[in-house]
Design a protein around this ligand. Structure first.
Ligand code: SAH
Length: 353
């Protein structure tokens, strides 16, 4: 099959074989890319119109017990500045966000032992009781099925846990020996079974990644069928051993966003901060390639720079309101519109109107 036939198959069958995906990633031409982009944008618009969902990202802790080789917050990075937000600070971020029109709050952080089930459940309950019309998303790493159940029962709606790479050998090159790709994947299936709107995802251009790895990532997503999918370019952090590796490519990230949109027409697909970090128009380009979500930062400005998972992360100095105003302008400039909406995973046949 040539590139156009593969793109057509992705559009009509929402899948392709591993060989076809590898071929497409290795051989796609500029004109093939534009065909793919247009198909992905049309698919997103058929479901979501020109509406973009916003999620208020609250980075609750830079403390982490893990040692992921690529991450600036890895335990062994002595230069990382560690902070954790109090419950009051988290609720304060939500209050500001609610006033700005956010109806989803994403609590993300390192795997910080302070945030026990009791603590997180307490925060989730309080957010849900103050803002019953809002969704709460958690992104706090691998906590295990028992913990996930408690968080779900406390009212959390969604959980983001990127699988990082579906290939177990590749996973082992990016993580210390005490972490396993198999376990991460198991936890993702557990999240789905519990009833969370579940998000998986991976970095594009991480060290040692091959086109075959990416094809396997796409096929893993097909098996899991998550409601959300976060992908962004790998960006080196100066205090990690991957400091001298090059960052993931803009073009490849955009191509993958489009392929994911075609394979999962209704998936919630963010144009990530990492994409906005490697190119001044990265997030706009992401939307034009099929993304339908952006996640502005609601974290207290004084801690922004310390949630440094990679270098040069954008929006470190701005208040939430400024961040949102800037994003609104950007999104309007490409003919889209931010909506005040929980933006849940749409059911089959859903059309935004
Ligand atoms: N501790 C949580 C949240 C991790 S941060 C968890 O384990 O899920 C969210 C995501 O940032 C990670 O899943 C990873 O894919 C991404 N990330 C980490 N370091 C990165 C880097 N150097 N470049 C690009 N993305 C990175």
């Amino acid at each position: 099959m040539n590139e156009l036939q593969i793109i057509e198959k992705l559009k009509t069958e929402q899948t392709a074989t591993r060989d076809e995906l590898v071929f497409l990633l290795n051989n796609i031409t500029d004109s093939g890319r534009e065909t793919l982009r247009r198909a992905a944008q049309e698919t997103a618009q058929a479901v979501f119109g020109n509406k973009i969902y916003i999620r208020g990202l609250i980075e609750i802790s830079s403390v982490c017990k893990n040692d992921c080789l690529y991450c600036g917050l890895r335990r062994s990075n002595q230069n990382a500045v560690r902070y954790r937000l109090t419950e009051e600070q988290i609720l304060d971020c939500c209050a500001k966000g609610y006033a700005l029109g956010f109806r989803t709050f994403v609590l993300q952080g390192g795997e910080d032992g302070y945030f026990t089930d009791e603590v997180v459940c307490g925060v989730v309950r309080e957010i849900k009781s103050r803002y019953p019309d809002c969704a709460v998303t958690l992104s706090l790493g691998e906590r295990g099925e028992e913990s996930f159940k408690k968080l779900f029962d406390a009212g959390a709606d969604r959980y983001l846990l990127r699988h990082e790479t579906a290939d177990l050998e590749h996973y082992a090159k990016l993580h210390p020996p005490n972490m396993s790709g198999e376990e991460r994947q198991r936890q993702l299936f557990a999240l789905k079974a519990i009833g969370f709107q579940t998000g998986a995802g991976f970095m594009v251009g991480s060290p040692y990644q091959t086109a075959e790895n990416l094809a396997d990532d796409l096929l893993f997503l097909k098996r899991l069928s998550p409601q959300m999918c976060g992908i962004g370019p790998f960006i080196p952090h100066k205090d990690t051993q991957f400091r001298d590796y090059s960052q993931g490519s803009l073009t490849l990230t955009l191509t993958l966003l489009s392929v994911i949109r075609l394979m999962h027409p209704r998936v919630l697909l963010p144009a990530t901060t990492a994409l906005g970090t490697i190119h001044p128009k990265g997030r706009e380009l992401g939307i034009l390639h099929g993304a339908n979500v952006v996640m502005p930062n609601l974290s207290p400005v004084e801690h922004r720079k310390d949630y440094a998972i990679y270098d040069n992360k954008i929006c470190n100095g701005e208040e939430a309101a400024e961040c949102l105003a800037c994003l609104k302008r950007r999104i309007q400039s490409i003919g889209y519109e931010i909506v005040t909406d929980r933006g849940d995973a749409p059911a089959a046949g859903f059309q935004y109107n």
